[in-house]
Design a protein around this ligand. Structure first.
Ligand code: ZN
Length: 246
């Protein structure tokens, strides 16, 4: 492959904190066992991340979420990992408001960003986010269809690669990641703490290479990004910058 000499690629690590492999399981092994491992890796490399946290996870693990907010960005991932595209508008509003208040109470700061569970939402969800004061939405993905809302002031920051992709063998995922670093102004990567726990009884794409393999690949991916001179950013930084650019 031809070498790419882009000087300083920009990468945002994002982590969705929720129950294990939703909606298939109701356990919290990812938060209990996977999340501390993930925080260790981030601390080892000294990189910031953006955590999209459900209101329910924050209610169950307030100490851990408060600790995360000291070093990283805390954003909203709905209340209980509900599908916003399947809820009435009033119900959507109630749940976003509830999750926002819980996160604000625990971290002392109002979250500025939102990512809809399963990347599923409606134009009304976007309107509610704007009305409540959110600055950006990260519910779109370059590999999924999403609703558009004209005239919205929300900054849209799409996800670049699905989390399961980052669990593929390094030789394979790195080829694609390398191309993304060359050609995209910002690469957004998505992880889940439950991927660091060996999963069983769930769909194949949710369980392959979970546990130690996933942890090792996360660690090596961050090391590789460092060797590429990557600048690690939070989505809040990106959104606030883009908002000032109009
Ligand atoms: Zn999620």
């Amino acid at each position: 492959m031809k070498k790419c000499y882009k000087k300083k690629p920009q990468v945002a690590l994002t982590i969705d904190v929720e129950q294990d492999a939703p909606p298939f399981l109701n356990t919290w092994q990812g938060v209990e066992k996977g999340l501390p491992l993930m925080l260790e890796v981030l601390a080892k490399h000294d990189v910031p991340a953006t955590f999209f946290i459900t209101g329910l996870a924050a209610e169950r693990f307030p100490g851990l979420i408060a600790e995360i907010s000291q070093r990283h960005e805390v954003s909203c991932h709905g209340y209980e990992h509900e599908r916003f595209d399947m809820l009435a508008v009033e119900e959507q509003r109630k749940r976003i408001q509830k999750a926002t208040e819980i996160l604000q109470k625990i971290t002392g700061t109002k979250p500025l960003g939102f990512r809809a569970p399963n990347f599923k939402l409606t134009v009304q969800t976007l309107a509610i986010l704007e009305e409540i004061g959110y600055v950006y939405d990260a519910s779109k993905a370059s590999y999924k269809q999403a609703p558009r809302r004209s005239g919205s002031s929300l900054v849209e920051i799409p996800n670049t690669l699905p989390s399961s992709f980052l669990r593929l063998p390094i030789w394979l995922s790195r080829q694609v990641l390398s191309l993304c670093l060359c050609f995209l102004p910002l690469v957004v990567l998505d992880y889940h703490p439950w991927e660091l726990v060996k999963m069983s009884n769930v769909r194949f794409d949710l369980r392959f290479a979970t546990g130690d393999k996933a942890l090792n690949r996360l660690d090596r991916t961050i090391s590789y990004l460092r060797t590429r001179g990557t600048r690690f950013v939070t989505l809040k930084e990106v959104a606030l910058y883009r908002a000032t650019q109009g």
